[in-house]
Design a protein around this ligand. Structure first.
Ligand code: PLP
Length: 406
């Protein structure tokens, strides 16, 4: 199905503006996506029509708001095809979800000497929480290396499993390279050894259909703001069998059943992990974002973004001294590059003057940059509202900067 991109662009008010006197070309979607009017309206509706703290309320507004919040949970459940809605926990985002798992899974299932496996292409938020556990509990962290194309070296993984391997935590899609990891194969490998798997889907849910039951992953985490939804809201999906046994992450309101100074009992799932007033407007906005992408069709979005990726890669490769980092056979719509020895920061600053927004730096993946022995890259990342014309402008812009730098 061919998408009407202009119609889609019209849903995103922010795109219709000039930056430094040039039309904005927003190519920084791996950092965060822009929000369609449908999401903005849904959040606006909360505050103009029915804002009220959720659960426990007896009055009308509280009931309406609670219902919308719980409907949002069911929307997420259906979106990722979780078996139960109570396996869907609202968090602040991917980072908080990984920290929660490291803390609460770590509490119960990891002890000194145990091993967690991550990969060389992880975002810091799937490295540092495990390193903190290394310090707190004496676990150790093992790292699956990547080849020059930015693909996981799976043959190495087979050698890394030991009796002490207790969890594998991996990105579905690399934010810095775009590599789509073969997570189903990895999950199956791990399950043959009874090792649970956590998937960081921060860069995936907006690009590919995710079915957590078909994948059979034990945990799957993502952020609302990269899926055209609001900031401050994210998801932790976990299989009931794990979540039930895990300890709460934070204490406070909502996560308890009874509290007394003699002792406290904890609430059932999902509330056990949702201490305090949750970001219900964010959850409701996320549900609107899910409606939005579902209406267009995640597979249609994926197909269109793949066209942009191929078009962009072909064009960028014609630029002299272009080095593209991340050339995996399976790739999402992210192009990371360096041109000659132009510093990524200079490239990014000069493109900005032309109205082109790209990200520069290490992309919160310093170990990956160390692997390539570079300080960082320039990253253009495409979403459903981007166009070939914007990619043409990017290419022209890069050529201008290259000429300036001789
Ligand atoms: N994991 C990956 C692969 C990411 O790309 C990001 C953000 O860029 C994160 C985790 C962290 O997401 P957040 O900052 O929304 O918690």
């Amino acid at each position: 199905m061919s998408l009407d991109i202009q119609k889609i662009r019209n849903d995103f008010p922010i795109l219709d503006q000039q930056v430094h006197g040039k039309p904005l070309a927003y190519l920084d979607n791996a950092a965060t996506t822009q929000k369609p009017r449908q999401v903005i309206d849904a959040v606006n509706d909360v505050y103009t029509k029915y804002n009220s703290n959720i659960h426990r309320g007896v009055h009308h507004l509280s009931n309406v708001c609670t219902q919308a919040f719980e409907d949002a949970r069911v929307k997420v459940q259906k979106f990722i095809n979780a078996e139960h809605s109570h396996e869907v926990i609202f968090t602040r985002g991917t980072t908080e979800s990984v920290n929660l798992i490291a803390h609460s899974f770590g509490d119960v299932f990891l002890k000194e000497g145990d091993e967690v496996i991550v990969s060389q292409l992880e975002h810091h938020s799937n490295i540092v929480p495990w390193q903190m556990l290394e310090q707190r509990k004496g676990i150790s962290l093992n790292v699956i290396p990547i080849n020059d194309k930015g693909e996981l070296m799976l043959e190495e993984l087979d050698e890394m499993f030991t009796e002490k391997t207790k969890l594998v935590a991996l990105a579905h899609i690399s934010n810095a390279l775009g590599t789509i990891n073969p997570i189903k194969t990895i999950i199956d490998k791990c399950h043959q050894r009874d090792i649970p798997v956590m998937i960081d889907g921060a860069q995936a849910v907006q690009h590919v259909s995710v079915d957590v039951q078909a994948l059979d992953c034990d945990f799957y985490v993502f952020s609302g703001h990269k899926l055209y939804g609001p900031t401050g809201i994210g998801i932790l999906y976990g299989k009931e069998k794990w979540l039930d046994q895990m300890t709460p992450y934070q204490g406070g309101g909502e996560m308890i059943q009874t509290v007394s100074f003699e002792g406290t009992t904890f609430n059932e799932l999902p509330f056990k992990f949702e201490a305090g007033t949750p970001d219900y407007s964010g959850a409701i906005g996320l549900a609107a974002a899910i409606d939005y992408v579902t209406h267009i069709g995640v597979d249609n979005i994926a197909a269109y973004e793949h066209e942009l990726l191929v078009y962009g890669t072909d064009k960028l490769e014609t630029i002299p001294q272009m080095n593209i980092y991340g050339t995996a056979a399976e790739k999402a719509s992210v192009i990371s590059f360096l041109v000659g020895n132009i510093h990524p920061y200079d490239m990014g600053m000069m493109l900005d003057k032309m109205g082109i927004a790209v990200r520069t730096g290490h992309h919160c993946a310093q170990p990956l940059m160390q692997r390539y022995n570079i300080p960082g890259t320039v990253r253009a990342s495409f979403a459903v509202y981007n166009t070939r014309e914007e990619i043409d402008r990017l290419v022209e812009g890069i050529l201008k900067v290259s000429q300036l730098f001789g």
